[in-house]
Design a protein around this ligand. Structure first.
Ligand code: TNX
Length: 560
């Protein structure tokens, strides 16, 4: 349905169909000089024209409102090349033969320029874009700033890996950098393309979160889910309950130090993400995973006694209290916290957890979950909950479920039924199957595993290969839940065993490339081309090297 609607109206997009056969004919990317696009675009043709050359004379010319994309592209390429790369308005008739008459004034685009043309007719979808590269220049067409930004990400991947580096002046050989001539028309399969960072088990400083935003947005992921609270720490300032980030943020797993984001820190994260078309989804994990909150406020505990801060890695032992005598304090806590979090959050979603509440009876869990979800919905946000929340049949309409069982749902978890419950209540599903999409699962081939490497867990069907991370489709997991009920997918990374951003990057890369491609690229009829994907991953390694990402060189990939 979506694909048909997308193609029907726009002449521009009719090209997708025309180009589709060319993709099949295009040579399989091989070697270092063939660009490795991840995620793979919908329609891609290597046109065989003269290549585009980025030189010190290149400019970024803009017609229409391209948002932050031209400025961020200029910044990226300036730090890679040392070029000046001025951002200027585009004159009427500029940007090559396919340009629309542009309204802005300024110099016409030249062959060394990168032109953004943003106007309603450029694409049917706000995240879609077209990209033409060749001897006549670069033209990125989009209907709005998001499409312009994703088009710029694709352009960067057509340039040499060093385009993602910081080498600066003098690093580009004489004659400039070349991008092969291509014609791309592209749009995402899913609206929600997420990555989750657990900053509760180990706190990550603000700068590390921004770095991860850069890394995920390069892959066209557009949601950063921040797991802000858990047993080991509460990481977001809440003015009405200040001890949440007093006692509640004092430690972490292993006693590796505490930490939290002030409201200004969080606003900085949201703004940095928004400029990159990434929506922040804050998670306050309730009613379980709450030892940090319970340690800060005795009145939230059934026995009125605050437990000690927790530094272990067990789950399922803590809970808010469902007893009537704690009702007033608990509901006030829920209302205050969800209100303050929602006020800080421009995005449409608030995640309220709901997972692994093993310390409550089913009846108490349902009572608490309904009160939690109602408090979230009262802020005007759409509530997201881990799939266990689907046990309630009285959720606010439209509540989104995040599925974290396996690619093949286990019967004893009831996860498939829970997922269908959200759909029955007018909601949708985000798929994060733990045995494919959990980036904290160990690698099969990490040689240090045998030495007891501390990085990663293996509870989800053992370690996870990049092939397993790539070899699943969200529409094939739960019977009755197809694309029309799937909001998207997400790759969580839990940090019980991960202490630093280097640890996070080692576990995330390269497997997050798989998740990004499943989130964006169409489900191929007849299955995904695993060999082609692994070839692109191999070529992408040089790009990760240029970025300084310490990724794991998994076996089965030719890293060159
Ligand atoms: C399960 S998945 C959890 C987390 C753990 C993770 C470790 C889910 C909703 N909960 O509490 O950190 O496994 O892999």
């Amino acid at each position: 349905m979506r694909a048909t609607a997308r193609r029907s109206r726009s002449a521009e997009l009719a090209l997708i169909l025309a180009l589709a056969p060319l993709v099949a004919c295009a040579p399989q990317p091989k070697g270092a000089d063939v660009p490795a696009l991840i995620p793979l675009p919908v329609g891609l043709a290597w046109t065989g024209d003269a290549p585009f050359t980025l030189t010190e004379r290149s400019r970024i010319v803009v017609a229409g409102d391209a948002g932050s994309a031209p400025g961020l592209l200029a910044e990226r390429l300036r730090s890679a090349t040392g070029y000046e790369l001025p951002v200027v308005g585009l004159a009427a008739g500029g940007a090559g033969p396919t340009a629309d008459p542009a309204r802005s004034s300024g110099p016409a685009a030249e062959a060394s320029d990168i032109a953004f043309v943003v106007a309603p007719g450029e694409h049917d979808e706000m995240e879609g874009y077209s990209l033409t590269t060749g001897g006549a220049g670069v033209r990125i067409g989009a209907a709005g700033p998001a499409g312009a930004f994703w088009g710029a990400q694709t352009l960067l991947q057509l340039l040499p890996p060093e385009a993602h580096g910081q080498a600066g002046a003098g690093s580009v050989p004489d004659g400039g950098w070349v991008a092969p001539a291509a014609r791309i028309v592209d749009a995402p399969r899913f609206r929600y393309r997420g990555a989750m960072l657990d900053v509760a088990r180990h706190f990550l400083p603000l700068g590390d979160v921004l770095r991860y935003i850069d890394e995920i947005s390069m892959l066209k992921l557009n949601v950063l889910h921040l797991h802000l609270t858990d047993d080991q720490g509460w990481r977001l300032q809440i003015d009405s309950w200040p001890e949440l980030t007093g006692i509640g943020a004092s430690t972490s797993v292993g006693g590796d130090g505490g930490g939290f984001y002030t409201k200004d820190d969080y606003r900085d994260i949201v703004a940095y993400a928004a400029a990159r078309h990434v929506t922040v989804v804050p998670e306050i994990d309730l009613p379980g995973h709450t030892n940090a909150a319970l340690s800060a406020y005795p009145e939230l505990n059934c026995d009125g006694v605050a437990p000690a801060p927790y530094e272990g890695i067990e789950v399922g032992f803590s809970s808010l209290c469902a007893a009537p005598e704690r009702r007033e304090a608990t509901d006030r806590f829920l209302a205050d916290v969800t209100r303050e979090v929602a006020e800080l959050t421009p995005g449409p979603w608030i995640h309220l957890g709901g997972d692994e509440s093993l310390a409550t009876s089913e009846a108490d869990y349902l009572d608490l979950v309904d009160r939690i979800a109602a408090a979230g919905a009262a802020t005007g946000k759409t509530v997201i909950g881990w799939h266990e929340m689907g046990a309630s049949s009285t959720l606010p309409a439209g509540t989104v479920g995040q599925y974290w069982d396996y690619v093949a749902p286990r019967l004893d978890t009831g996860a498939a039924d829970d997922a269908r419950s959200f759909v029955a209540q007018g909601g949708a599903i985000v798929f994060s199957p733990a045995d494919a999409a959990y980036l904290d699962m160990k690698y099969v081939d990490d040689p240090q595993n045998a030495l007891g490497h501390r990085l990663g867990q293996d509870w989800a069907q053992g370690p996870t290969t990049i092939e397993e991370a790539y070899g699943w489709d969200p529409a094939s997991i739960v019977d009755g839940i197809g694309d029309e009920h799937i909001l998207g997918i997400e790759a969580p990374i839990w940090t019980e065993t991960l202490r630093t951003i280097d640890d996070v990057e080692f576990m995330a890369f390269p497997r997050i490339l798989s998740i990004a491609e499943i989130a964006w690229s169409p489900a191929a009829t007849g299955g995904r081309d695993e060999a082609g994907f692994l070839a692109r991953v191999g070529a992408f390694g040089a790009r990760l090297d240029a970025m300084g990402v310490g990724f794991h060189r998994v076996r089965g990939v030719d890293w060159g």
